[in-house]
Design a protein around this ligand. Structure first.
Ligand SMILES: CC(C)(COP(=O)(O)OP(=O)(O)OC[C@H]1O[C@@H](n2cnc3c(N)ncnc32)[C@H](O)[C@@H]1OP(=O)(O)O)[C@@H](O)C(=O)NCCC(=O)NCCS
Length: 336
């Protein structure tokens, strides 16, 4: 008989089993999976931030934890959505644990008055039906957006970097500024504006997204919170007269010795067509070489519809690892 309850992130043995199940299920048959590392997730759950409520939930067979769910909902923007990640380790599957966790999620969402469920699914190239896809389709989820997940080995090939730099030529009309850690005070407003533009511009297909604009007041505490578990490496572009034009962001995580994440890259519309995306990435890869420790893979995610960024990724030697499916399901009768 499977029962479901919230897990206390301060209850070390139970939370430890919860994380083990969460991790084991999420990496199964996915060689390039990137899963929130234990240190970062524990910090986040023990120290709730202002932007998101995150609840770890466990499915138990007696005392044994047989499934893990992370149930989340934004507290800023998107008042109707919840995100679920349901993870049942391979040995515990097809006994209803996933379904029991889902029932908990629908009951809690109803209490909160939230009607839109979202989930993300890493789907490797496989000829077999992918368990997560079959499970989610059965619950009524549909695919709202597909991104390709790419990887490139680290340390980044120095010859390739030199050749790409040569091919990119001189950057005229712009200057680049790089930093590691919090944004320097003088760039903070521009960085907040660029982060807002990124949220609005990133292709998100049919997914429901109403991001709140970034302000300096919100960005600074967010950076401080992130800095506990992530080192941000940023390169920003300005025109020579000082107008912000774009940025790119890589994260290193002390709690994950293997993976580095190439996160946002944005060139504002007025500044596209000058090879700025390439120059930004080159400068940030140079900065990555100075800060990398043991990481052996750099990951990035790009919408299949985003032809320009797909081209840049290919040029930089990224290869396909798996698809990331963004899924959505509206509660019956809900409108959006
Ligand atoms: C997807 C996952 C959570 C399912 O957990 P589970 O405990 O096996 O789920 P259930 O036993 O409740 O399965 C419910 C239904 O989903 C469908 N399903 C689940 N796994 C399936 C598979 N491998 N092939 C086909 N259908 C499957 C079936 O319809 C199943 O009902 P049935 O067993 O009566 O046929 C689990 O495989 C997993 O953790 N995968 C990795 C993470 C993930 O993809 N999570 C989903 C995104 S939120």
């Amino acid at each position: 008989m499977i029962s479901v309850r919230e897990v206390d992130p301060f209850d070390e043995p139970t939370f430890g089993s919860w994380y083990d199940a969460f991790h084991a299920a999420a990496v199964d048959q996915r060689p390039a999976a990137v899963v929130a590392n234990r240190e970062a997730l524990t910090f986040s759950l023990q120290n709730p931030g202002p932007a998101k409520r995150r609840i770890p939930v466990g499915a138990f067979d007696g005392d044994r934890l047989v499934g893990a769910m992370l149930f989340e909902y934004p507290l800023i923007g998107d008042p109707d959505t919840v995100e679920v990640e349901i993870d049942v380790p391979p040995a515990e599957r097809r006994r209803g644990a996933g379904t029991m966790l889902w029932r908990w999620a629908t009951a809690r969402a109803a209490e909160l008055g939230r009607t839109i469920f979202q989930a993300e699914l890493g789907v490797p190239a496989t000829s077999d039906p992918w368990p997560g896809s079959a499970f989610a389709a059965g619950l009524g989820f549909t695919i709202g957006n597909i991104e390709d997940h790419f990887v490139v080995p680290l340390p980044y090939d120095a010859d390739r970097l030199a050749q790409l730099t040569k091919d990119a030529g001189d950057l005229t009309g712009y200057r680049l500024t790089s930093w590691a850690g919090p944004c320097p005070e003088e760039h903070l407003q521009a960085y907040a504006d660029l982060r807002t533009a990124m949220d609005l511009d990133v292709p998100s297909g049919e997914m429901t997204r109403h991001p709140e604009p970034w302000t300096v007041e919100r960005l600074r505490p967010n950076e401080e919170r992130m800095a506990k578990n992530y080192l941000a490496l940023v390169t920003m572009a300005h025109t020579t007269d000082g107008t912000p034009a774009g940025y790119t962001l890589i994260y290193l995580m002390p709690g994950d010795p293997d993976n580095a994440l190439q996160d946002d890259t944005l060139v504002l519309r007025d500044h596209r067509g000058h090879n700025l995306g390439t120059h930004l990435k080159l400068a940030n890869l140079t900065q990555l070489a100075d800060h990398r420790t043991t990481q052996t893979l750099l990951h990035t995610w790009t919408a299949q519809s985003n032809t320009p960024m797909q081209k840049v990724n290919t040029r930089f030697g990224f290869t396909f690892a798996e698809e990331l499916h963004e899924l959505e399901r509206h509660a019956p009768g809900a409108t959006e």
